[in-house]
Design a binder for this molecule. Structure first.
Ligand code: AQP
Length: 336
């Protein structure tokens, strides 16, 4: 009898820091794509709590946010039976591989990273070595699982390129040690901008009115969109360079309706900015409503969240230690 063999699935890895309120930017740039891609890959979705420590955190809030992000992952449609959902600090191999990769990453490379420059400016009183070495921990996250694809927003492109450079550098000394990953960055809406300053990206550590949180109530969402900064013209046109505020609203609306911003522009031809803001509000509210409902139900069962993270950590650890053992051996660490 003829047997049909299916090729093994490729590996997909991504992470979000469990800090603050997860925003619509995190959702459109990353989370939504996790769900779209999950069936076609062997997936790992991580809560990057070690990365979160690169800026000061309130310990209780960090713990709460970690459980909350796990619930959000599931509420958005990730299935812990299929995908590995886990917390970075539960798998010690992340920190261990990061140390090795630090020894293959140059100071010059790290100091060129835009995120390091931005966050150093934002937290001038705490420019710590962890913030500087953030990209080598991120490289470790990804390379530990021999990842093929990493869905991220456009702001992470530079870190992904550095990960590829590090993997290629290590592979040139120790052939085939790491899979060199590809970034998956959505073609449109990959950089959602702040509602109060559309020249900057929407960020969960900025002022509350600048972002839509996935858990915002409908009236809060309407209020934030009503206050969103646009420009002094009246024409709805997709032109990110010259009309960042209006283009951002078009990008958000387009992402919610799975069309391009240009198509939204055509649909809203002749309308005023008020109509654009209302359309964006209503589209976001109806996308988030079922997610928020599932989230509330999941948060009511803390034991389920803990069990999910425990099983996720065990599955991730099994894969991670295979790579780490190989790396230790190749670089010459004495094996017992
Ligand atoms: N504005 C955005 N547009 C598109 N994608 C975005 N992402 C973040 N902001 C946007 C993507 O979300 C994923 C997780 O991000 P993160 O939690 O690791 O941290 P971040 O990139 O530093 O996001 P924030 O919101 O700015 O967090 P804080 O303020 O805590 O530093 C990534 O894939 C990112 O590309």
């Amino acid at each position: 009898m003829e047997t049909t063999q299916t090729a093994p699935k490729k590996t997909l890895y991504s992470a979000i820091q469990p800090t603050g309120s997860i925003t619509l930017g995190n959702y459109i740039g990353a989370l939504r794509n996790f769900v779209l891609l999950a069936d076609d890959f062997d997936c790992l979705f991580c809560m990057a709590d070690l990365h979160a420590l690169t800026v000061r955190q309130d310990p209780a809030a960090l713990r709460r946010n970690t459980a909350s992000l796990a619930a959000l992952y599931m509420a958005c449609g990730l299935d812990p039976e299929k995908s590995i959902i886990y917390c970075q600090s539960h798998v010690p191999e992340h920190a261990e591989l990061a140390w090795i990769l630090n020894c293959f990453t140059y100071m010059g490379e790290l100091s060129r990273m835009t995120q390091f420059k931005d966050k150093s400016a934002k937290h001038a009183d705490n420019i710590n070595a962890g913030l500087f070495a953030y990209p080598s921990l991120m490289a470790a996250d990804i390379l530990l699982y021999q990842t093929n694809l990493v869905p991220v927003g456009a702001d992470q492109k530079q870190h992904l390129e550095l990960t590829r450079d590090i993997a290629t550098r290590v592979n040139s000394l120790y052939p085939n040690l790491f899979t060199v990953p590809e970034a998956y960055i959505p073609k449109t809406s990959a950089r959602i901008r702040s509602l109060s300053d559309p020249t900057r990206k929407m960020s969960k550590s900025d002022a509350e009115d600048s972002y839509i949180a996935l858990l915002d109530a409908p009236d809060v969402i309407r209020r934030k969109f009503r206050r969103a900064v646009t420009d002094s013209e009246t024409e709805i046109r997709y032109d990110p360079e010259n009309k960042p505020g209006v283009s951002n609203l078009l990008s958000i609306l387009a992402a919610m309706e799975n069309v391009t911003p240009e198509e939204e522009e055509a649909k809203l031809k002749g309308c005023n900015y008020g109509a654009l803001k209302e359309a964006a509000s209503e589209a976001v509210i109806s996308t988030l409503a079922p997610i928020q409902e599932r989230y509330q139900a999941l948060m009511g069962d803390k034991e389920h969240i803990a069990n999910t993270l425990k099983s996720g950590a065990e599955r991730a650890h099994y894969l991670a230690q295979k790579t780490l053992r190989k790396v230790y051996k190749k670089v010459g660490l004495y094996q017992l």
